[in-house]
Ligand binder design. Sequence first.
Ligand SMILES: C[S@@+](CC[C@H](N)C(=O)[O-])C[C@H]1O[C@@H](n2cnc3c(N)ncnc32)[C@H](O)[C@@H]1O
Length: 1018
Amino acid sequence: MIPAVVPFSLKEAPALIERLLPVQKLSAEVFKERKAGAGQTLVPLGAYWKGRKPLILNKACILGCLLPATDNPKRDLEIFEKLMAMDDESFVARWPRRAKPREILGTLSIAHVADYFVSDPPGLIPHSAPVDWSKPDLQHVKVNWRDDISELDRRHIEIQMLPRDPYRKRVEMARRPEEIIDTVHAHIWDDVNEHLGTSAHSFPQLVEQLGIMRFGHRPQLADTFSGSGQIPFEASRLGCDVYASDLNPVACMLTWGSFHIVGGSADAQAELECQQRRLVAKVLQEIDNMGIETDGQGWRAKAYLYCLEVLCPQSGWMVPLIPSRVLSYGKRAIAELVPDQINKRYNIVVRSGVTEQQLAAAAKGTIGRDARFSDAYLLHEVNGVSYKTKISTLRGDFEKPDGTIGNRIRAWEKTNFRPISDDLFQERLYAIHWMRPKGTSKSFEYEFRTVTDMDLERERIVESFVGKHLTEWQTKGWVPDMRIEPGGPPRYEGLSLIKARGWTHWHHVFPARHLMLLGLIRKYGSDANSLIMLSRILNYTSKLCIWSTSKPGSSKAGEGGRTGGGSDNPVNVFYNQALNTIYNYGCRGAVPILEMFNLKVVPSPCVGKMVVACHPAADLRISPDICITDPPYGDAVKYEEILEFFIAWLRKNPPPEFSDWIWDSRRSLAISGENEDFRRGMVAAYKRMTECMPDNGLQIIMFTHQSGAIWADMANIVWASGLQVTAAWYVVTETESAHREGSYVKGTVLLVCRKRQGLHKTTRDDLAWEIQEEVQRQVDDLAGLNQEAKGLYRDENVFEDADIQMAGYAAALRVLTRYSVIDGHDMTAEASRPRVKGEITFVDGLIAFAVDTANQCLVPQGISKGHWDKLSGAERFYLKMLDLEVRGAKTLDNYQNFAKAFKVRDFHAFMGDQRANHARLKSAVEFGRGEMSEGSEFHQSALRAVLFAVMELMKDVDGSEVLAHLMLNIPNYYGDMTQRELAVELADYLSKRLDVLRPDEASAARVLRELVKNQRLG
Ligand SMILES: C[S@@+](CC[C@H](N)C(=O)[O-])C[C@H]1O[C@@H](n2cnc3c(N)ncnc32)[C@H](O)[C@@H]1O
């Protein structure tokens, strides 16, 4: 009989994540998940949600909190990796194709083939492998695994068939563990149970048993900033009881959807599919009955293209505003503006199959800009005369007495849903993209056509339908009647929806066709599932969908590239985190929109109890054992503003499942920004969570790592909330495509915390020693584990320098936040004190001191501690990064992190390449004569002098001249003998590090070292 686990046997045990986390492997797995794009498990529910925390990262955090750290860290790591499917045996299952027995026998050396395999006909193959299958008598021999060979044994053998690639490369090739969730862990349970004293054969069993051992019951996990539900969903499918809450009802809805749709059973999903099919049929029936999307010739509208039209004040002509007249690069289709002299307007004629020149000419429309972010202007030509008018002039921009800019655009009335006749901006349909089934096959043919009178007649039908039903539908909540709040939502360029177009209510943002279609969907589908589908669809509707046509080599929205869809399609609204008004837009027809009801999700059953609630995090009312949260930190997405786009459609008459939630974004309660309000909001939330959790509860706070003040901020919040930091890890969470966007590489810091216990007091003097010891121990622990685990990692490190640095900081914070009173200061009160801009608080001082102490412990090999202590931050940065470069580090985030650590103000000045994945320092030659003068952080530094000397030697400057310059460039070279020793050490360090990287420079550094060593002074 399997012994039952003992309740509370792990009550006081440190959690695994407080000791170790294989962050390098985890980063590779996160990267893999991110790259799956729309294939990520929960993304189909709402691709519009930005900033999802990867499921694999969440799994690592949840397991890391439940698993104990034992006195055998190496085995802890091995077991953790098995649970994460990071071990070799799991890779056999994760590999796209498993090796066949014949392949195995043809490749591996196996002493007794019969120990593992049976052959048919028997007795023909040799006793031992490898087998030469080219022999004619072996051609038809079939080989199979013996029935009694376990899955684990098979995997042991198949491991040898996997390529011996570095982990990151392996992960690239392999499937994600969750794609084969039912089989990937088949081999692990005996080892897991033996190590942990459990008797589990699945995650829910393991989680329950570990929960009993730590907390006395199945663990309850809370995420009070649940967003799209990524953390609670993972917790629930692993087997935790879950409490998920968020201030925003759209977040609650997505979290609910993750539990009940993706986390529902296959049967529930099949039922949902039928229900949605019925809904689609009803809506389409109404549209088709009115004949508003078909031409009567078998064609159906795929998309309508609309533009604004405006009266040019100079020429008196009505001019369509179209930045590019290209409709399709594939079909070489363009919209041609044909002057109508009599009516002083343009007819818009669609031409397909035009020449390359015509296509190129059409890329220039009637909107121009002198530079990307400069003012747009209207541009057109009548009878050889060009007219150019700024859009701001058209709008009538003027400065108000309070200094803000107003304009003369009419604010739309609630009853409006299109411009009225004397509005400045009119709207015009200018082309239609039609589709028709190709014969009996499932594929379609497509064509772009000029708008006809019949098309305009169909427009009138839609408009009169919407006009007739708008008020009634608004009352019923089928279409929005909610106001757009002044000031938001955010946009990247240009003006807000209100200022740019006069739109005051959310329904103004949608074309009449979409108001009708979405209203009908809302009419026939008011249940919880349908509202989730409706929100998914909303992302592809409105007047904010840029028309996109593919052009090789371009992928940015608005540049004719493919963004948010295939070629010749309107892109999605949330291609970024803002709502931008545009001059022309694509409006998808009913069929392409309704097709989106066909939700493809892989069922992934959630097992624990699940509760979703809508309230501010500070109002938590339950007692979770573990809180894992990803709060809105710093420059994060302004969820409370952009999600009003959805709330407007969902808020009235919500289904019972959503009816307890407040259907309002409650901006004033949202935590955002980085200022005092942010800190206050965060402290209120984390204080409450801390109060609610048991004494042995755990918290993980995730946040992106960009702001320089991050450590001070987080330490203040943790301290003021009554928490103590116990560990910190840095996981790279962004994908390559995000890297390409700019040079900011984002990772996620995981701050592991516990309740601060007791009332410990200390003094600053004692702290110095304590921090030093703790950091040193932490560094040694991880470095030791690196050594021990060598075999596990095929020569890769478990922890890179940056990880050790992060752990070093955490160790420093661990010591600091353990204390309630330092030098007589009550730390909770100190940390809660409002910040005064520019002031360095007592806490800031302590943090800086702790971080400095941590940095002292991270001296690169080859530099003596005495010298290191004397170097400036910039010098330390250069030397440290060189060390990392030699070991293959190339990502810019490393440089960002270390620059912060060494307090380098502008590390860019030292960079030879700043591309996200090709970052490197400047060589001595690249520095040339730069960075010597007073403004530079390298000014008068020994390292700069040494690099200068190396550069001169590489340019064949005479040795004595080089030395003379060196003596001038290093302050007090004569007076202080240690300066000369430092120069020798730096030259030696450069020569050794650069040997492979830049051999010529290394050799110059060697020459310099000898020159200085042999120099006679005086
Ligand atoms: C960074 S997101 C969480 C993302 C989530 N982890 C995911 O993977 O999708 C932060 C969330 O905090 C919510 N929020 C902001 N202020 C809040 C408050 N005072 N109380 C509760 N939730 C709040 C926002 O609505 C947002 O959903």
